[in-house]
Write a protein that binds this ligand. Structure first.
Ligand code: CTP
Length: 398
């Protein structure tokens, strides 16, 4: 069973007596490691107050689509991108019908329409409403679109009826949510990922580096391990915690990264080069601190080895994936990298755009192979990593 560490769960609470259980559900999700933000529909607020869920979640509860102050703080599109999972619990019959028809007239509906992440619903309603042919048709439709239906449970209902329609218990919902982040798509496979910047020493106290945060590579490592892969993450210096169940190799320079990659890649099925490797290093690494004697000094630089190209040229090579960080003419430059480095796939992103650049939590990429180009929408790096790992799993299982 996976954990929810570092996962963003956007919880939608709709109108129904089971709304009181959403308070406990927030606690359970948090205990499993998730950060939870809450959207409440107007009907939900008749059953439980936003203040209760705000106190429990630690974040303001979002209630309205057309509220300029709330939209300015964190708008519906940002909320949609923030989420790694949208969990609607309880989900009323009315909300299921609206979700089924793609209605975006309220905040929760609009966020569901705008998000690329997985959506799960925990229905809660009277047993006759659940059994009704319209509800069943809507649920089947949602199911066929990949929306996860959790429950409902059976038993005594608040209205006095007995039957199916009770919202599942919070601990059971939490277990099913954890399971949504795990799969066996990469069972038995070995994935090696490089991440973060490299540092190229000038002298004992100075170095050349770049602004890479490592977030994309780390998110890919989490997604790979959650898909069942033996995962090795080779990381340059970053301020991120090592993901659970991932073997981490810490490196500093491009040469260290190359050595670690050649060691790790033996028997690997997939190699993903997400590191922002310094292209050049100082030709001389001074043993003593360079003193400020001259008015002008010049720096001689030497080209670093290209790690991903080296791996792609191995006789027994894994499926090799590179990133192409570009500021202009994205597809053209990315295709050149695909061909010159002999890669199987390139993930191209525009680093001139601050909202998807090195330090951002979001990214928007285009997946490029020899015979295809697929532009993905803007999404969080966590959600994107899940999409990319699914895509790579389908490539290596062909
Ligand atoms: N890469 C690598 N080793 C290098 C340089 C880059 O493995 N010495 C990998 C990166 O991890 C990335 C891909 O190559 O997956 C492309 O990196 P990028 O910086 O976009 O391109 P460069 O090859 O450095 O070319 P340029 O800087 O001229 O765009």
């Amino acid at each position: 069973m996976g954990s929810l560490v570092n996962k963003h769960v956007l919880m939608g609470v709709t109108g129904g007596i089971a709304a009181y259980k959403s308070a406990e559900l927030i606690r359970q999700l948090q205990k499993a490691g998730a950060t939870v933000r809450v959207i409440m529909t107007p009907a939900a607020q008749e059953f439980i107050t936003p203040l209760t869920l705000q106190a429990l979640s630690g974040y303001p509860v979002h209630t309205a689509l057309l509220d300029s102050a709330a939209e300015a703080a964190m708008g519906h599109i940002e909320l949609a991108r923030w989420a790694d999972l949208i969990l609607i619990a309880p989900a009323s019959a009315d909300f299921l019908a609206r979700l089924c028809h793609g209605e975006g007239g309220d905040l929760l509906g609009a966020v569901c329409l705008a998000s690329s992440c997985t959506i799960a619903v925990a229905p809660a309603m009277n047993q006759a409403m659940w059994a009704n042919a319209s509800t069943q048709k809507n649920v089947n439709n949602l199911n066929s679109r990949g929306i996860k239906i959790i429950g409902p449970g059976e038993g005594y209902q608040a209205c006095g009826d007995v039957g199916a329609g009770r919202m599942e218990e919070p601990d059971l919902i939490t277990d099913q949510v954890k399971a949504l982040f795990t799969s066996n798509l990469l069972d038995g496979k070995k994935v090696v990922i490089t991440a973060g910047p490299t540092r190229e020493a000038l002298d004992p106290v100075r170095y050349i580096s770049n602004h890479s945060s490592g977030k994309m590579g780390y998110a890919l490592a989490v997604a790979a391990v959650e898909a069942g892969a033996e995962t090795i993450l080779i990381s340059g210096p970053v301020n991120l915690q090592a993901p659970e169940r991932v073997t981490i190799m810490h490196v500093v320079s491009a040469q260290d990264l190359l050595d670690a990659s050649l060691e790790a890649v033996v028997d690997a099925d997939i190699f993903i080069a997400a590191a922002a490797v310094a292209d050049y290093r100082p030709a001389h690494n001074a043993h003593q601190k360079i003193k400020k004697n001259d008015d002008n000094i010049s720096l001689a630089l030497t080209k670093n080895p290209d790690i991903v190209a080296t791996i792609a040229s191995l006789e027994k090579r894994p499926f090799t994936v590179g990133f192409a960080a570009e500021t202009n003419d994205l597809e053209n430059h990315a295709r050149k990298k695909l061909n010159n480095k002999k890669l199987d796939l390139v993930i191209a992103n525009d680093v001139s755009n601050q909202s998807i650049g090195f330090n951002s939590d979001d990214n928007q990429v285009t997946i490029i192979t020899n015979d295809s180009t697929e532009k993905l929408p803007l999404m969080s790096k966590g959600t994107l990593a899940i999409h990319l790992i699914r895509h790579l799993a389908s490539c290596v299982s062909k």
